[in-house]
Design a binder for this molecule. Sequence first.
Ligand SMILES: [Cu+2]
Length: 150
Amino acid sequence: MLIREFYYEEARQICNLPGPFSSAQLTNYKFVIRDSLKNLKRIAAALVIFLSAASVLGCGANGAGGAQIAMKDYQFAPQTIHARVGETARFVVKNNDAVAHTFTVKELGVNQNIPARGQAVIEFQTPTQGVFQYVCLPHPNMRGTIEVEP
Ligand SMILES: [Cu+2]
């Protein structure tokens, strides 16, 4: 395995993204570092590759990565989100309203309070394929669906 592929794999796993990447996908990214560099340079280069991989994959160093879901005017946005079956879904849910909401998926055992003007990172398992509803418990008209796909 090339060193760049190794670090892409590391970043991918930390970000809980589907994969592994094919070499064809990897060649879509530009690398300035050649595989013939000496070991010391490789270590520094590998760190650069790792950070750029994490950046490309949308996983920030602050750990706040994940698809965004907004709560605004007593509605979720978007109202359809996607996850991959058998993996850990990760969403950053941001409440723009002046009241608390919840992000609740009863079938998946998710029930997270999001304080007014606050946000939460929500992670949960998606063991089965299907369409699941998420709601805000105090405001039943706030709802959306998660499509868990193969
Ligand atoms: Cu609510």
